[in-house]
Design a protein around this ligand. Sequence first.
Ligand SMILES: [Zn+2]
Length: 343
Amino acid sequence: MFQQLMDDHDFLAFTLANIDKPLKSQAFTLSNQTTVTILDNGVISFSPASGSTKDVVLSCAIHGNETAPIEICNKLISDLLTCKIETLHRVLFIIGNPDSILTQTRFVEENMNRLFSGAHSDGEGLINKERVRAKALEQYVSDFFNDNDNSQRIHYDLHTAIKPSKHEKFAIYPYRPGRAFSAKQIMFLAGCDVDTILFHHEPTTTFSYFSSEQFKADAFTVELGKVMPFGENDMHKFANTHKMLAALITQIEPELAVFDSNKLNLYKVSRSINKHFDDFAFSFSKTTENFTGFEQGQTLAIENNQQIKVIEPYEAIVFPNENVPVGQRTVLCLVPAPNEDIQ
Ligand SMILES: [Zn+2]
């Protein structure tokens, strides 16, 4: 089974070919003494022979149709397997939801990025594959971080967005009460061409919040552009992201620009608007880009004959989706964030 992976170095193909086949954890050593461990379908770690000062989790395909991050991770994995590059740090790659890669959909039964921090077991419990998978992924991340107490913990959960966006690449910085935001991390992301940061305002059930909260990791949900099918991504658009992620694992410290808020777009989440009634409908068009701004008093949505209006002098919207179950988030509202605690 593993011979195929060592012959063609294509972990994505290996993962998709082995969906639903029981996979026992297996480790082997590369010629440069890096230990490779395949923990599960779509889950592979690399450990250098000598000490690691960073433990890095790179996840993709938490939404299966978001192909560019999968291609970026698969290339890094391939280059590691062929020893074209050599990691200095422990790295765990996760292809989140292989089933939904095959169906070319965001998810099969349930949005996996609403299932972390234990949400997989809420309500009806582990009733579908996505819930089972989210629970398993939490365990792999926990084991990975807990294996090494003295390292900096980093997790970039890589996505692409459904909607076009005024800022093509952006990252969500999970809520981290009592911890300053990291200027270094923000400049690392800027090096990836991710020049827009959203500071989140409350706990969520995303994968990045799980790592941030549970393991005090520097963790982000990173949105790298618009969803495209496999083969239709313009990989030039991701060249800097790929380069920086490679630098992150192959260098002790990648070179970063000095923090300069003038070169960044910093927003904080002012509120998330949840759906309370089935007739919830946005007042803006379906083609409205992420980060489009609205003035105070403008109507954002209507449900149950009630208007939901802009409260702040200016609010920008991101991730609008009215087709969610009642109780879930339809949109995040943002305001400029010039005064966050960034160190
Ligand atoms: Zn996504």
